[in-house]
Design a binder for this molecule. Sequence first.
Ligand SMILES: O=C(CCCl)NNC1=[NH+]CCN1
Length: 330
Amino acid sequence: LKKRQDTSTPAVPYQQVEYLVNIAVAGQKLNLDFDTGSADLWVFSDSLPASSKKGHNIYTPSSSPSYKVLSGHKWSIAYADGSGASGTVGTDTVTIGGTSVTNQAVELADRISSSFVTDGLDGLLGLSFSSINTVKPTQQKTWFDNAKASLSSPLFAAYLPFNANGAYDFGYLDSAHYSGTPVYAPVDDTNGFWEVASTSYKVGGTTHSLPGNTGILDTGTTLALMVDSAVSAYYAQVSGAVNSRSLGGWVFPCKGTTLPDLSVRLGPTNYATIPGKLLNFQPADASGTQCYGGLQSVGGGTMNVYGDVFFNAFYGIFDANGPRFGFAPL
Ligand SMILES: O=C(CCCl)NNC1=[NH+]CCN1
């Protein structure tokens, strides 16, 4: 984080597992999942069942002198992967890497879906546009929206290397986190996402057109999710690949498979090439015979979702000036 007074502080320490980031809500350290695909900052609350709270850091407003209830306010969020949470709202001071936002809306979950109980985080920190924040009756702003005026530059960047510690850089670009020169694509924030045009892709030396398609840059989604035509064209290049209903998506033989690279167009000009080796997500079954692809179907529509698999290959720059999205190889 670099603030206007240029008191440069280290990037926010970033644990690879589940892409957790240590932040403080009123001095209470929490591991939140930084999610550029949503706009709610929510934490586990004391009202959750004991079984749900087990193994998590629980934010306790009662021990925070700066906490204020936002009376009569509620929130409820449903993510594209079917998970969800809901609860009440307050405000408190939220510090990330050295920048504090006072009166930040902190949403207290009194209900969470099962996947949040098991994936080791204490909540989510939304980094998409505040226009899709779910708090009612008064919509609230994201931490970044509140903080950006006090940052050296109104931007943040995601550094998420595969199987290594990552980082979020707020207010500046860390040259140690990327190579070459970043290229930029204009962002259309109409839907509240960091959304760019994504009208073609390349696989196996062939360029395929995706008329009217877009892509969102979403650190809250693990895989790369594309429209069916693209996913089929990709796995047509992989011998033995099948779309398995029982295994929940496209799988291929773990042994002897060399996955092709996937180049996706971001904006009017540039392609981002995800190396094939980053597109093998994990073994799909206990025997380890079949492997589950890092590219899967988005299900329908024309909005592709470029998740963590993308960020394993590229430093992602989310610049409110524009707004625009920049990327450079790691
Ligand atoms: O919900 C989405 C997809 C938006 Cl199209 N991303 N963010 C997220 N957070 C938890 C699961 N997924």
